[in-house]
Design a protein around this ligand. Structure first.
Ligand SMILES: NC(=O)C1=CN([C@@H]2O[C@H](COP(=O)(O)OP(=O)(O)OC[C@H]3O[C@@H](n4cnc5c(N)ncnc54)[C@H](OP(=O)(O)O)[C@@H]3O)[C@@H](O)[C@H]2O)C=CC1
Ligand SMILES: CC(=O)C(=O)O
Ligand SMILES: [Mg+2]
Length: 751
């Protein structure tokens, strides 16, 4: 897994744009008319109020309580950064809230309470009970967190769950089950050293002991060293419960001969010497965030036989509670649970451990750009594994039902799993998939317009995200100046700047271009002007000569003009079968529109070619193509000369015998809406179309721009397909993120 460099400015920009913070709240009901207002608010709202007053359980039906979790902190133990206070903890809490939404479709809101007094904290949370279906406590330091959680559990009738304790313990247990399996050791026999006797540490050791780890085999350490029986300094009742009868006093001493090291303490707390002194095949979970107790590189340098995990996303084996809390709450909320009990936590740990041992399906491999299989570098599922949402919550819900925590048991578990699957947003996995493939490809990407700040930001991002090498075409001083103005001055040393005026390859490029254009009215002088002065042509020449693996251009000029220039070097035109395909991503759906770039007014043969190109792009994105030739008529009615070619195009494909579904002509609603399709029982699409082949470039442009402006759809493309080399042409209104997306598409040769 390529390590990504994240700068402070990137992290700040991510939180600043497009609006401050990481989420907003949207209404799920129409709020347009007088009638809507009367229903949502007074007088209509009185009816559910009265119903709930009489039958409190109806709050789960008439309000968002049943799918709403509060992430609550006082900021006293923010990750491993220490006591930053309530306000400064907000980015982490907003982060947890968006993880709830992204991974388990749980609505969540962060609440930061400005108090270090457990009693004040407890009172505040207790009073919030009616609002939420569950309370996720976060980053509250020990020992106050134990008191707070215990008392809230006693007084509240919804799950109260301190994530840093139990979320961490569950994931740690899941990872350890598999790590021990791989190293051939049993939990009853292993010597465990745990560093960090706080929220996470105490809960991890408690859970492992309940799973068979022997008290006498476990040593817990804190900032004062080993917690031994009789120690008085820095102690509390929770630490005392794990005090060992031992003469060992320091972490250093404890590590000698240990089988397992678990770190929930602080950055750099473990040295290479300590790791070197561990037993054979040691297990090292360095879980402190954002920086681990020891990095995997450092640990492996002295112990190649170690199985190493961290809490971070950029190393293999991410042992992080993100794998737990979204799914634990999903399962708990879906049975209207009163609590998340130990049985539910253990069910979660076991289900996670089992999932990692299963064969990894292609969709997961595609999302990560590598084949994952159970082993030392894959002991726990990856956070983006789409199976988590339909595997873990049922296990949790079942345990909740068996132990009486559930208020409303699930009757049909199969139907429940199907409903969980439908909560997944397929567009997210597509975007992740192409990013992972690009990262694997490590393409040298030519960014032709090095004088544009958006292009420069995209180029820097491309390289810093570990996608490959960015080659920026421009004048050195100009690029440097613009990078500095964009606050990216230090990127000058990272990017490769290619200046057409200075390259010694120009003669070779000019010769090539002259051969192509000499019979098209271009003389040597024209050729020099094009090759040396036009960055689109120069960049295309670089690509044609293998001096880059892909090209992104077009952010500063009209696409049609840029395409014309590219065509001096490549055959990227309608005549040679090129086509433009634009992906529209909206509300969890992805629809491709074609041709958005090359053909002005395609005939039925062209339309069939365009469909085939679009089907190729769809498959590259991981979609099984279903093409609809769209028009204003459906299967011949109303009759119109303009719709004729759309009527004939499917027949062309039929004659060719292609290997994808297609149908037409039809209106867009018939193409996209299964209910409308039912009116045409003879039609051959097995589901809503995901490719719309439109009659002409103007209708393509109108559809895409309408979706973008009116619906706020995400637009990727036009993706240039059917050209020998990987070229992507941006639009002049693209943001740096859009340009980066085009570079990613070019890198994984979608097209
Ligand atoms: N990967 C994951 O999913 C998770 C990771 N964590 C990480 O675990 C760490 C602790 O979090 P949490 O338990 O909530 O915090 P707490 O404040 O509750 O506990 C911190 C504990 O770590 C000990 N400690 C701190 N620095 C050192 C050190 N250099 N050597 C030994 N012990 C040390 C403290 O010792 P003392 O008692 O002497 O002060 C205390 O016992 C953080 O880095 C956090 O990011 C937490 C939750 C989840
Ligand atoms: C992951 C997490 O919750 C922490 O580090 O605090
Ligand atoms: Mg935390």
């Amino acid at each position: 897994m390529a390590k990504q460099k994240l700068t402070r400015e990137e992290a700040l920009a991510f939180h600043l744009e497009p609006t401050p913070g990481k989420f907003e709240i949207t209404a799920t009901v129409p709020m347009t008319t007088q009638r809507d207002l009367s229903l949502a608010y007074s007088p209509g709202v009185a009816v559910p109020c009265e119903e709930i007053a009489e039958h409190p359980e109806l709050a789960y039906d008439y309000t968002n309580k049943g799918n709403l979790v509060a992430v609550i902190s006082n900021g006293t133990a923010v990750l491993g950064l220490g006591n930053l206070g309530a306000l400064a903890s907000k980015p982490v809490m907003e982060g947890k809230a968006v993880l709830f939404k992204r991974f388990a479709d749980v609505n969540s809101i962060d609440i930061e309470l400005d108090t270090e007094d457990p009693e004040a904290f407890i009172n505040a949370v207790k009073l919030m009970g009616p609002t939420f279906g569950g309370i996720n406590l976060e980053d509250i330091k020990a020992p106050e967190c134990f008191i707070i959680e215990q008392q809230l559990k006693e007084v509240m009738d919804i799950p109260v769950f301190h994530d840093d304790q139990h979320g961490t313990a569950v994931i740690c247990a899941a990872g350890l089950i598999n790590a021990l399996y791989l190293s051939g050791k049993k939990i009853e026999d292993v010597r465990i050293v745990l560093n960090g006797a706080g929220a996470a540490g105490i809960a991890c050791l408690e859970l492992l002991k309940s799973m068979g780890a022997k008290h006498d085999n476990c040593i817990m350490c804190d900032t004062k060293g080993v917690i031994y029986q009789g120690r008085t300094e820095g102690m509390n009742q929770w630490k005392s419960a794990h005090a060992a009868s031992t003469s060992l006093r320091s972490l250093d001493e404890a590590m000698a001969g240990a089988d397992v090291f678990l770190g929930v303490s602080a950055k750099g707390a473990v040295t290479q010497d300590m790791v070197a002194s561990m037993a054979d095949n040691p297990v090292i979970f360095a879980m402190a965030n954002p920086d681990p107790e020891i990095t995997p590189e450092e640990a492996h340098a002295v112990r190649p036989d170690a199985i190493v995990a961290t809490g971070r996303s950029d190393y293999p084996n991410q042992v992080n509670n993100v794998l737990g809390f979204p799914y634990l709450f999903r399962g708990a909320l879906d049975v209207h649970a009163r609590a998340i009990n130990d049985e539910m936590k253990i069910a979660c740990a076991e289900a996670l451990a089992r999932l990692a041992r299963e064969d990894v399906p292609d969709e997961v491999a595609m999302a990560y750009g590598q084949k994952l299989s159970f082993g030392r570098d894959y002991i726990i599922p990856t956070p983006f594994d789409p199976r988590l949402i339909y595997t873990i919550p049922p296990a949790v819900a079942r345990a909740g039902m068996q132990t009486g925590a559930a208020r409303r048991p699930i009757v049909d578990m199969d139907a429940y799993e199907v409903s969980l699957k439908s909560r997944m947003d397929p567009t997210a996995s597509i975007l992740r998939g192409i990013n992972a493939r690009a990262r694997n490809a490590q393409a040298r990407m030519i960014f032709a317009e090095g004088d544009d700040p958006r292009v420069l930001r995209a180029a820097v991002q491309y390289q810093r995200s570990g996608l490959g090498k960015a080659l920026v075409v421009g004048r050195d001083s100009d690029v440097k100046e613009k990078l500095e103005a964009a606050g990216l001055g230090d990127a000058v040393r990272e990017l490769e700047i290619v200046n057409a005026a200075k390259t010694d390859r120009l003669d070779e490029y000019k010769e090539f271009l002259y051969k192509r254009l000499q019979r098209k009215g271009f003389d040597r002088h024209d050729i020099h002007r094009l090759a040396a002065r036009d960055r689109h042509v120069f960049s295309a020449l670089m690509l044609a000569h293998g001096h880059g693996d892909g090209l992104v251009t077009g952010a500063t000029r009209k696409s049609a003009h840029v395409l014309e220039l590219i065509n001096h070097v490549f055959d990227a035109d309608a005549h040679h079968g090129a086509a433009g395909v634009t992906a529209l991503l909206h509300k969890g759906r992805i629809v491709l529109i074609a041709d958005t770039l090359v053909h002005e007014w395609p005939d039925e043969e062209d339309l069939a070619n365009i469909a085939t190109r679009a089907a190729g792009v769809a498959r590259h994105l991981g979609l099984e193509p279903r093409v609809a030739f769209v028009s204003f008529s459906t299967f011949g009615y109303p009759r119109s000369e303009r719709a004729e070619k759309m009527h004939r195009a499917p027949k062309v494909l039929e004659a060719r015998g292609v290997d994808f579904e297609f149908e037409g002509e039809m209106t867009v609603d018939v193409a996209l809406n299964p209910a409308a399709q039912e009116n045409y029982p003879f039609q051959r699409l097995t589901g809503p179309a995901n490719i719309l082949v439109v009659p002409a470039r103007h209708s393509a442009s109108i559809s895409v721009k309408l979706m973008q402006e009116m619906a706020g759809a995400t637009v990727i493309g036009p993706i240039l397909s059917g050209v020998d080399q990987s070229i992507q042409i941006c639009s002049s209104n693209f943001t740096s993120n859009d340009i980066l997306n085009m570079a990613v598409l070019a890198a994984c040769k979608v097209g």
